[in-house]
Design a binder for this molecule. Structure first.
Ligand SMILES: Cc1cc2nc3c(=O)[nH]c(=O)nc-3n(C[C@H](O)[C@H](O)[C@H](O)COP(=O)(O)OP(=O)(O)OC[C@H]3O[C@@H](n4cnc5c(N)ncnc54)[C@H](O)[C@@H]3O)c2cc1C
Length: 460
């Protein structure tokens, strides 16, 4: 078996996370190997709206060039639609300039990142499927893979192996506790020549029974994602067409409806599972997880790539700091530090994603959330600043989360409380606590926050 020695880092998977990680480390002088199953352009409906916080992370890493040259669309904020009403909220500003996200085809973005790393002299990309982590004396020393061009089994040796093989990771099991849950499915379609009600905005349609997302992905294309809160993936069938035409279509804003109907008629559906995977890594010398193989949240808030880029900047800076690597103990300490420190930066992204999805499934909380943000000012701007990943303050997030619940209670008991209204309010508050508690606990909270939520757990 041929052995290629020896890289500083070997990355499994040149997806959004692995690709950007290779770019950041390679640009900063590390010798990087990347093993990627297929370098061909993929058509997947993942990672298509990058929040401003993710754009900022790319800028901080000096990688903003990867956002150019493939028709990515600036996204300036969100429009919210419920029943016949709607309103929009812009992203925050910094130094007087509006922060913007980007909408794009994931496959096109990925090819741009790959083109970037293929041009870096100290990044070597091997096309093939990684099959096994190679170990010596309890330490991961490299990766076994089957080369695509000739089906030969080969080994790449590296001081550190970074696993970023995505949501269906085959290496996660040995490197984390691997607790995963499918929260729902997204059915995606491309809407052609759709004139969005708010140009260059993401659109959240607070539909029944579940939300839909709409955002631009190129000059002429708009993505729609329709949530299916079912245990089974939706399949193309007369029932599905009936559901799209008679349950979802009537809730579409009139400007979107014609292109929605045309897309249903065309029938090019793509379906993806939406996972919740809290980060529960098991430290293994010589290896670490990053990207979706480490941590996933509901894609409703489009936070996945931003969380990954935040981790890459965090771990990347630490590795660049200790480079050239002198001994493996320092590398291992760096990985441990990364695992410990990452919650602080990504907790708001993770909590918000699944908390908002939980809110959308509870009729009273959903109405309260829409009404709360419709008031504008700080009620809208601070939550959207958290959504954009510009603000990463967990306490602020929890303040708004519970303020939504109390706003809803205020609306329910108006003009005066009755026993049934009090009962309904109690149930709403209990749901709010039950939605957010486990999500907070996943994020390594402070002792005070942990205690407060434990007490809330006893009360409700
Ligand atoms: C429906 C849906 C919508 C989403 N929408 C958004 C959004 O709008 N905004 C956002 O920020 N995030 C979104 N996300 C999340 C986002 O897509 C992910 O967080 C992001 O793609 C993670 O990147 P990754 O590199 O970890 O995984 P991936 O992008 O899946 O990349 C994994 C890579 O590893 C390769 N690979 C796998 N196994 C092997 C192997 N054995 N050997 C070699 N290579 C291998 C694959 O070919 C692939 O290239 C969404 C997710 C879903 C499911």
């Amino acid at each position: 078996m041929s052995v290629t020695k020896k890289f500083d880092v070997c990355i499994i998977g040149a997806g959004v996370a692995g690709g950007v990680l290779a770019a950041y480390l390679g640009k900063n002088g590390l010798n990087v190997a990347v093993i990627e199953k297929s370098l061909a352009e993929q058509e997947r409906i993942i990672g298509e709206l990058l929040q401003p916080g993710g754009v900022i992370k790319l800028q901080e890493m000096g990688l903003e060039a990867v956002l150019e040259g493939f028709d990515a669309q600036p996204v300036e904020g969100y429009g919210l639609f419920m029943n016949d009403g709607n309103f929009k909220i812009s992203y925050p500003t910094a130094n007087g300039k509006l922060l913007t996200g980007r909408g794009f085809r994931n496959g096109k973005f990925l090819q741009r990142i790959r083109e970037y790393i293929l041009n870096l002299p100290n990044v070597t990309v091997f096309e093939g499927s990684a099959t096994e982590l190679v170990e010596a004396n309890g330490r991961v020393t490299g990766v076994k893979y089957i080369a695509k061009k000739d089906d030969d089994e080969r080994i790449v040796e590296a001081s550190l192996t970074l696993v970023s093989d995505g949501m269906f990771s085959i290496f996660r099991e040995g490197l984390s506790k691997n607790v995963k849950k499918v929260s729902s499915y997204f059915l995606g379609m491309v809407l052609k020549n759709c004139d969005l009600p708010y140009k260059n905005f993401g659109h959240v349609i607070v539909a029944k029974p579940s939300p839909c997302l709409v955002y631009p992905i190129s000059t002429t294309e708009t993505r729609i994602l329709i949530d299916f809160p079912s245990p089974e993936a939706p399949r193309k069938s007369p029932e599905l067409l009936d559901y799209l035409n008679n349950t979802i279509a009537p809730q579409m804003p009139p400007q979107i409806l014609p292109s929605f109907k045309a897309a249903v008629e065309e029938g090019k559906f793509k379906v993806m599972p939406n996972h919740l995977i809290p980060a529960t890594p098991i430290f293994k010398p010589g290896a670490a997880l990053i990207g979706d193989s480490l941590n996933m949240r509901h894609p409703l808030t489009g936070g996945g790539m931003t969380a990954a880029f935040t981790d890459i900047k965090n771990l990347g800076d630490k590795l660049i700091n200790i480079y050239p690597f002198k001994n493996v103990a320092v590398i291992d300490d760096t990985v441990k530090e990364f695992y410990q420190s990452r919650h602080k930066q990504n907790a708001t992204i993770n909590i918000l994603a699944d908390a908002l999805y939980g809110v959308m499934k509870n009729e009273d909380l959903k109405v309260a959330c829409y009404g709360y943000m419709q008031r504008g000012g700080l009620y809208a701007n601070e939550p959207v600043s958290i959504l954009s990943a510009n603000t990463r303050d967990v306490d602020l997030l929890l303040k708004h989360f519970f303020a939504v619940a109390f706003f809803g209670i205020g609306n329910i008991i108006k003009p005066f409380p009755t026993p049934s209204k009090i009962g309904r309010s109690y149930r709403m508050l209990k749901s709010a606590v039950n939605i957010v508690s486990p999500l907070v606990m996943n994020e390594n909270p402070s002792v005070t926050t942990r205690t407060v939520f434990k007490i809330a757990g006893f009360v409700f």
